[in-house]
Ligand binder design. Structure first.
Ligand code: TA6
Length: 297
């Protein structure tokens, strides 16, 4: 069956390609598994990292997979987001399965939605409707995020940030991410707020994460290649002008309660988003952000 709803999740199986699949937890609309062969013909394999200590019961955001970050990235900075928790509420609320959008030889696609609950309104009192469409193709996974302002024309606009917090399964000490040379970024590992707010310019052809890395690249190319000796994942985006590269290494990874022992060695986070500044949405408007992940090798 291409689409199977199983209690707390929906499972997508490629209608033609045995072994290509994806699992989406309704909690946070979190993709917790994506198995696919590579374009170069490798066998289907798990392409995302989920910590063995991750909570999948809705008690806290999933440590891994593809958490959806909305309406704030990181610790909220917008005055209207003061009541929000780190990375906002999209990743720690239960989304609804709405429909199967596509089911043919090319692949399968489902739509999940999130609307304001009383708990959300208490922290973010704006009229919105979120749609998250996840599409599984032979070698690709696409995530489309739509944010609609559902208010009457008399209601005020609202502002938000959005990001796909991808945990890409890869040997952290052997990966390089391109092309980021010449791109301005903020180094969140700096010790002072002033240093963290001071932009730097990436000088490396390929960005590695051999050291604790938490870099927010602004106005980035929108297309990224994550390469290591035995693999390569490509990310192509639209409407996501920034990208975050994160790996805590042992320095901070060992202090993350739901990080499995040594987990930081087995992933790199490459997170396309709109996180430098805010999207402003007027009543009736819809914002769309998309990423396409392809297993090249
Ligand atoms: O995207 C990178 C980051 O903002 C890091 O600073 C780190 O906090 C990571 O997200 C994980 O955040 P979480 O709230 O899931 O522990």
């Amino acid at each position: 069956m291409p689409v199977t709803q199983k209690g707390d999740r929906v499972v997508l199986q490629h209608p033609k390609l045995q072994g290509a699949s994806a699992e989406i937890l309704y909690y946070g609309a979190t993709v917790i598994s994506w198995k696919a062969p590579s374009v170069s013909g490798s066998e289907p394999a798990e392409r995302l990292f989920v910590s063995g200590k991750a909570a999948l019961d809705g008690s806290k955001p999933v440590r891994g997979g593809i958490p959806v970050v909305f309406p704030a990235f990181g610790a909220p900075t917008h005055p209207d987001h003061a009541k929000l928790s780190q990375h906002g509420f999209a990743r720690n609320n239960i989304w609804a399965y709405e429909s199967t959008v596509m089911d043919n030889e090319a692949g399968v696609s489902v739509k999940l939605t999130l609307d304001p609950t009383d708990a959300i309104k208490a922290r973010f009192d704006h009229p919105f409707h979120l749609e998250y469409i996840v599409t599984l193709a032979e070698h690709q996974l696409t995530t489309d995020f739509h944010v609609k302002h559902t208010g009457l024309s008399t209601t005020p606009p609202f502002e938000f940030q959005a990001l796909f917090h991808n945990y890409i399964r890869a040997p952290a000490n052997d990966v390089h991410i391109t092309p980021l040379k010449g791109v301005s970024y903020y180094d969140k590992t700096e010790a002072t707020e002033e240093a963290r707010a001071t932009p730097k310019v990436e000088s490396r052809e390929g960005v590695d994460v051999k050291k604790f890395t938490d870099f927010v690249y602004e106005n980035a190319p929108g297309k990224y290649d994550i390469v290591w000796p035995s693999g390569a994942i490509e990310i192509r985006t639209s409407n996501l002008k920034d990208v975050v590269v994160w790996n805590p290494q042992q320095e901070t990874g060992s202090k993350i309660a739901d990080m499995e022992e040594g987990g930081w060695e087995r992933y790199v986070c490459v997170e396309p988003g709109y996180v430098c500044g805010f999207v402003k949405l007027e009543p009736g408007q819809t914002w769309r952000g998309q990423q396409v992940l392809t297993v090249k090798v």
